[in-house]
Design a protein around this ligand. Structure first.
Ligand code: NAD
Ligand code: UD1
Length: 346
């Protein structure tokens, strides 16, 4: 609702910055807390440029209880969108303590302070990775969430469990101001704001497909390694459900609308419900950018699955949300951001 204050943790990051744009455009007041461990404050300057509105930025860590308490003392926060977290799968396998410390402990400090201040509405950035490796390729929310194969994914599953317990405790005690918690399980967010001013700005060599392909297209990287050509998929390469980041953050706005009328903890998939293979992504990039994407099919990447995509029907039924953008929009918007900002925010 217009004028309500939303605390956005991790708001300077890729998805958080796009959420700030949508929130400001829907007339919310936005307070961002971010420690800039994986982002630059320039993203927020650009958010203000896109929207011609200002936001409040506090550079701090969500594990800093005093910093969080100061925010809740100064601002009458309606709800929290919780994006802050570390997200690199490979890194999490090498630095598990850092991942659990940042993601799980960070969420504990955040929820503790929220409870102290009686602010008990939160929308959490979860991931399809919590489903692990189920026996199906189409993931619905009722699948078990105990199969994550790496510390990053496990940290998301653990946080989901913690948040479910908070809701459960309020049900048991019949609390007068119960937790309202929405877990949003993202499939593969890609794309960028249509202005080309904000987008994904990974540090170093990207691990994920789309940033890698776009850096090949812009000439920063020489060729793409396609991880596996013998999967049981349409063309042997991995299939994923890519979702435009603007569609994704619109899902958060619809989740925000539903707070106030739900109680307890609810999980929703945010995905398009359709998968594309790596070769289909390469073909789309070549068609839209006019660049050739040199690639080589190499061995499978450890931990990868063949195929997955969302069953997004619950979000449509209960949040009145579905994706609007198509693959060509995702690629064109990624390309606009990448070609206008070949070195990201630097
Ligand atoms: P990102 O790294 O661009 O953004 C995360 C932001 O959180 C960064 O700005 C970082 O500086 C900040 N941050 C990290 N730890 C912090 C801490 N302790 N205190 C304060 N700020 C902190 O990542 P993103 O792609 O925007 O992802 C946002 C959220 O969505 C993450 O929780 C991520 O795990 C989740 N998610 C992302 C994807 C994806 O493909 N991008 C998929 C599923 C889930
Ligand atoms: C990865 C993470 C997942 C995380 C998601 C979003 C792994 C195993 N999984 O998902 O937990 O939530 O990112 O950040 O890391 N590919 C190539 N060449 C590349 C890169 C990727 O062929 O250089 C292929 C992959 O094998 C896969 C597809 O492209 O089939 C998508 O890969 P990626 O973008 O890394 O996303 P996920 O593996 O789905």
């Amino acid at each position: 609702m217009s004028g309500q204050k939303i605390l956005v943790t991790g708001g300077a990051g890729y998805i958080g910055s796009h959420a700030c744009v949508e929130l400001l455009q829907e007339n919310y007041d936005v307070i961002v807390i971010d420690n800039l461990s994986n982002s630059k404050s320039e993203s927020l300057t650009r958010v203000e440029k896109i929207t011609a509105k200002s936001l409040t930025f506090i550079q701090a860590d969500i594990r800093d209880k005093q910093a969080l308490s100061d925010i809740f003392t100064t601002h009458d926060i309606y709800a929290v969108m919780h994006f802050a977290g570390l997200k690199a799968v490979g890194e999490s396998c090498l630095q598990p303590i850092r991942y659990y410390q940042n993601n799980v402990y960070g969420t504990l400090v955040l929820t503790e302070v929220m409870e102290e201040f009686g602010v008990k509405k939160i929308i959490f950035s979860s991931s399809a990775t919590v489903y692990g490796e189920p026996d199906t390729v189409k993931y619905s929310e009722d699948l078990p969430v105990y199969g994550a194969t790496n510390p990053y994914g496990k940290s998301k599953a653990m946080i989901e469990e913690i948040l479910k317990d908070l809701a459960q405790a309020d049900t048991l005690s019949n609390a007068s101001n119960p937790w309202e918690i929405i877990l949003l399980r993202y499939f593969n967010p890609i794309g960028a704001h249509i202005s080309g001013l904000i987008g994904e700005d990974p540090n170093g060599i990207p691990n994920n497909l789309i940033p890698y392909v776009s850096q090949v297209a812009v000439g920063k990287l020489e060729q793409l390694s396609v991880f596996g050509g013998d999967y049981p998929t349409i063309d042997g390469t991995g299939v994923r459900d890519y979702i435009h980041v603007v569609d994704l953050v619109k899902g958060h706005l619809r989740a925000l609308d539903s707070l106030g009328s739900i109680s307890g903890c609810k999980a929703y998939n945010l995905g398009a419900g359709k998968g594309y293979s790596v070769l289909e992504i390469i073909a789309a990039f070549e068609r839209i950018t006019g660049q050739t994407i040199p690639y080589e099919i190499v061995d499978r990447r450890t931990g990868d699955i063949a195929e997955n995509y969302a069953d997004p029907s619950l979000a449509l039924r209960e949040l009145s949300w579905q994706t609007e953008k198509k693959l060509d929009d995702m690629v064109a918007d990624t390309w606009r951001w990448q070609s206008q900002n070949p070195n990201g925010y630097e």
